[in-house]
Design a protein around this ligand. Structure first.
Ligand SMILES: [Zn+2]
Length: 174
């Protein structure tokens, strides 16, 4: 069977919260495992800036940037106007360009919980191929204005398990 890998490309922000967030994400991903049959292993790793890991078409990469001025989406010609207008938005996903990013400076007191949650949330957008419509009828980590304390809910985990096997073919070179 296959392996699922989540990459977080480290382009800015503090290192320690990211390392703690990776540990949390490994736990969150682990709880998806029993609810699906596509993958027999799940992992989350840091990709260093300036490197381009080879992704398989089911892998996800989320870019961690210092702030919205460093947006990868914007640099690639997309728009992050929603997040520019609302500082409570911790990350964005561009479904057309297939780019997920989170903004380090928006995590409350460099919270690794918020960082892990924001990464998980953007991963759900790209895997489900849903924009804000994804938030509808969701709770926990996947609702609009999510709460990243605690863990993903059973519903969140089930939603992720349903979508995790989908091919996304993301670009890791930005
Ligand atoms: Zn969202």
């Amino acid at each position: 069977m296959a392996a699922f890998k989540l990459y977080v490309k480290y382009k800015g922000g503090k290192r320690e919260p990211l390392e703690k967030a990776i540990t949390l994400l490994k736990t969150y991903l682990g709880s998806i495992k029993d609810k699906q049959t596509t993958f027999d292993s799940f992992d989350a790793v840091i990709a260093e800036d300036g490197t381009t890991p080879s992704l398989v078409d089911t892998d996800v990469i989320v870019y961690l940037v210092r702030n919205i001025e460093k947006s990868v989406i914007k640099k690639q010609g997309g728009t992050v106007a929603t997040a520019e207008a609302n500082e409570n938005i911790l990350g964005m996903t561009d479904l057309n360009k297939k780019i997920c990013e989170v903004y380090a400076d928006r995590m409350f007191q460099d919270s690794s919980k918020e960082l892990a949650g924001a990464i998980y949330h953007e991963m759900a957008h790209i895997k489900s191929n849903q924009d804000n419509s994804m938030h509808k009828n969701k709770n926990g980590f996947l609702k609009d204005a999510p709460d990243y304390n605690g863990n993903p809910t059973d519903e969140n985990t089930q939603f992720m398990a349903t979508n995790i096997g989908k091919k996304v073919s993301m670009d890791a070179s930005y």
